[in-house]
Write a protein that binds this ligand. Sequence first.
Ligand code: S3P
Length: 173
Amino acid sequence: MKKVVLVGYMGSGKSVIASQLADKMGVTFVELDACIEKKCNLPVAAIFEKHGELYFRKLERELFVELIQDTSGDLIISTGGGTPCYYNNHELLQAEGVVSIYLKASIATLANRLKKESATRPLLANLNLDDLQEFIAKHLFDRNYYYNQATHTVIVDNKSVAQITSEIVDLLV
Ligand code: S3P
């Protein structure tokens, strides 16, 4: 039984890549944020607003452990950008039966992607364009330690979804 876990900053492409990977490998794909939303019956931004980030992080931990321990079959798990950084979740990136992949994007790539959708992301919601790049740089610096616990790192800058997916498939065989 294998769990493939994708980690990386917001905007690194975790969901899109996980879905392509699932198609290519014929394995079920789950998005951790979607599991949390389903459990709360609220979108992530509303969970942050109504219950606070700590509540979100606790649920994120609980559901991440459930997915890693799921015994029903192989699974591709797309995490949230903060998942490995709380409650020792990073240790699960190296758990038995887990192969984790850090989708590594540069600050410029991330800022370029996130400027279009920062309004829907609670951690970026109050940032103007000028502050976004600086925020990402600092945040990424803090989070790098956790992302680097992944089994493999794949650079995503200037690559197509197909290219990234096939690089990951090569790492998994
Ligand atoms: C978060 C990233 C989001 C979501 C939540 C917190 C983070 O997921 O889990 O808004 O802490 O980086 P995506 O990385 O899928 O945007």
